[in-house]
Design a protein around this ligand. Structure first.
Ligand SMILES: [Zn+2]
Length: 244
């Protein structure tokens, strides 16, 4: 099998460096995005996907853990890169970590704009966000009414025989139906979800297709399978290459 071509770009957050690794191979017209640096199972599974089907995998790398850090005069201020895709979300994330000030915000916003420029997501894009989680933290159960992401969610399918840490989040009814039918945990995002500055919000705004594939840390085989199933479904319902 031909291995993907890797290129690296460096983007600064004040004095802090973030490396953006881009793996590309001809084939699937799809972008896989790994926003959280400590979620490495997702990168391994994503690379297997690219090797099998082609496409593009983008990984943010900085060695600071899950959040990205802005460093000004040696002081570290963090925010969640999956909250930066709107000004509202970015501000809230900096406030959540008690790191908000105007200078940090403008550095973080400039970083976001550079990253988006590099991602080059557009209306016809298919974007798969790949994440990992820890048992006892985020799971499909948090998408039920009254739970953490309840108001973001139109419908949720939970298979009691599946690990609740392994699930999809989608914005299309057709994808939700196809995944639930196959017995996978899946949440269907509400159309008027709160603006959290998530990648999914940004894709919805652009009209791009976005799917989140989340598994527990270390469950590489499960995440590979979930990506395979998703790819099969995307081809089946003709969403694998919306330009055609
Ligand atoms: Zn994540």
């Amino acid at each position: 099998m031909q291995s993907p071509l890797k290129t690296t770009q460096t983007i600064y957050l004040g004095e802090e460096k973030v490396w953006i690794d881009i793996y590309e191979r001809v084939g699937a017209d799809i972008t896989l995005l790994n926003l959280h640096d400590n979620e490495n199972t997702a990168v391994e599974a994503g690379l297997v996907f690219i090797e099998k089907y082609g496409g593009r995998l983008i990984e943010l790398r900085h060695g600071r853990g899950r959040e990205v850090v802005v460093r000004v005069d040696g002081v570290l201020q963090r925010f969640d890169p999956n909250r930066m895709f709107s000004d509202v979300g970015l501000r809230k994330s900096l406030e959540y970590f008690q790191n908000y000030n105007d200078e940090v915000f403008s550095i973080a916003a400039a970083f976001r704009d550079s990253v988006l420029n590099l991602f080059a997501i557009h209306e016809e894009s298919v974007v798969i966000a790949i994440h990992n989680n820890t048992p006892g933290k985020l799971s499909i159960n948090d998408f039920r009414a009254g739970e953490w992401y309840g108001e973001d969610t139109r419908k949720v399918f939970i298979n009691p025989h599946q690990d609740p840490d392994n699930f999809y989040v989608v914005a299309q009814h057709s994808l939700y139906g196809a995944l639930a039918e196959r017995g996978y945990n899946v949440a269907l995002r509400a159309q008027n979800s709160p603006d959290r500055g998530m990648l999914m919000d940004y894709c919805v705004y652009l009209g791009a297709l976005n799917i989140t594939v989340e598994t527990e840390h270390g469950k590489r085989v499960e995440q590979e399978e979930m990506l395979d199933v998703l790819w099969e479904i995307l081809k089946e319902i003709g969403l694998d290459n919306p330009i055609k």
